[in-house]
Ligand binder design. Sequence first.
Ligand SMILES: [Zn+2]
Length: 245
Amino acid sequence: MNRRRWFVGRKMAVWFWVFLALLITTDFCTNYIRLQRRAEPAAMADARGLLESGEISCPSFQGAVALTFDDGPSAACTPKLLDGLKERGVHASFFLVGQNIDGNEELVLRMYREGHLIGNHSQTHMQLTAESVEEACEQIEYTNQKIAAVTGTAPEYIRPPYGSWSEELECMVPMTVALWNLDPLDWKSQDKDAVVSYVKDHVENGSIILLHDIYDSSVEAALELVDCLSEEGYEFVTVEELLIE
Ligand SMILES: [Zn+2]
């Protein structure tokens, strides 16, 4: 009899603790949800409301693309491009020709400070594979030192002029080669509309777009592309972000 009373008492105690635990958990969850709701900024709540009501719609994510600019910097064109990219909150990749850095050090520093990727495009825009490996390496190293003297950091990426690279150079140069996969031939047409139209027709997730910030038409095309492709749901990243992802 005593044993049975002890058993019933123990059972009730277990139920009591289960009930208490449930009570505490429910109270915690209610408070947590209340706090979360309170933490949501009014603007976010408004935007959520508009999205749910269908009054506004966001473009669906189409992919990440990289705008890349070779042959600069150019005192005449690059500042306008940097202004436009800053205004739009977009980071691009610049492959600099060493001899064009002379006198444009402030522009290079600005690129670096504004979060753009800076890469090497040789010293004199020579075809690296047409020279001896020693000469090619010297050209590359010279430009790396010039960039490092301005930004404090040597570039990790190289875009060889004309995309001309070799296995020998691959072994000798401890840098990552960043080529392109979408070329609207902006240097040839120097026509903003033709460049915009070509890129819009061929762009896809992972596009590395080749442009040159030494032509006004290319700068205007780039900024127009940022506007229209962002509206279509594309995100602009640096080549490093694209290659790492
Ligand atoms: Zn080039």
